[in-house]
Design a binder for this molecule. Sequence first.
Ligand SMILES: Nc1ncnc2c1ncn2[C@@H]1O[C@H](COP(=O)(O)OP(=O)(O)OP(=O)(O)O)[C@@H](O)[C@H]1O
Length: 234
Amino acid sequence: MIELNHVKKSYGSTKALQGVSLTLETGKIIGIAGENGSGKSTLLKSIAGVGKIDSGSIRIDGTAVSRKHAEEIAYLPDADMFYSYFTVEQLFSYYRSQFADFNELKAKEVLDFLEVSPSSKMKNLSKGMRGRAKMAATLGRESRYYLMDEPFSGLDPMVRADLVKGLIRFTDLERQTLILSTHEIREVETLLDELVLLKNGKVLAHRHLDEIRDETGMDMVEWMTKETKAGARG
Ligand SMILES: Nc1ncnc2c1ncn2[C@@H]1O[C@H](COP(=O)(O)OP(=O)(O)OP(=O)(O)O)[C@@H](O)[C@H]1O
């Protein structure tokens, strides 16, 4: 379980997170949504232990988050040029050297499923293919938590659909939790158990998708639009 308590983070005068409190249970697929600049990446970085928070606390399975957690959490950053001079195979060797939980066989299985050649150089791959290779490396880790920052960004709908299939197939929700930020809510709606909606560094809502559908009859995009407008007024 991941627990955030009044987490604040600023970059200079920009308040990226303004007192975020959240409980994210294990064994779930959780989406983080919100407008540009609402704090999604900052939230994921903070949970992954790669960015320091200013105040508040983050606990993972009861322990305060630290850089040590970066080794236990498979974090997929939003950066596009990812180890550009490596071939995919070399990227996997690098992961094997860095992460004790890296299962190269699984990474290769995901790569094969997503139809990317292991001998391709990252920088020579199209953005879509690079996105698949990054996801294979991430899912190759047997971590309890996968944190993915905009894994579908800039990819065409067919690639996005393939990646969603890969996520379903290669995440074991008996023991793993997947938290991903995305603007492509429609494509992941079927995948998600819960949605956290951020606005201006605050949690506007955190709901189970079933509840939203049952209570409002709306789809996620309609619901998010309504909540975001209500949040702007309130
Ligand atoms: N390294 C940084 N230096 C200065 N400001 C930053 C930095 N990183 C983020 N910010 C600012 O913090 C706020 C939150 O940014 P963040 O990237 O977390 O939002 P986001 O919801 O992921 O945005 P997007 O959807 O555009 O990726 C924004 O105003 C952003 O400009």
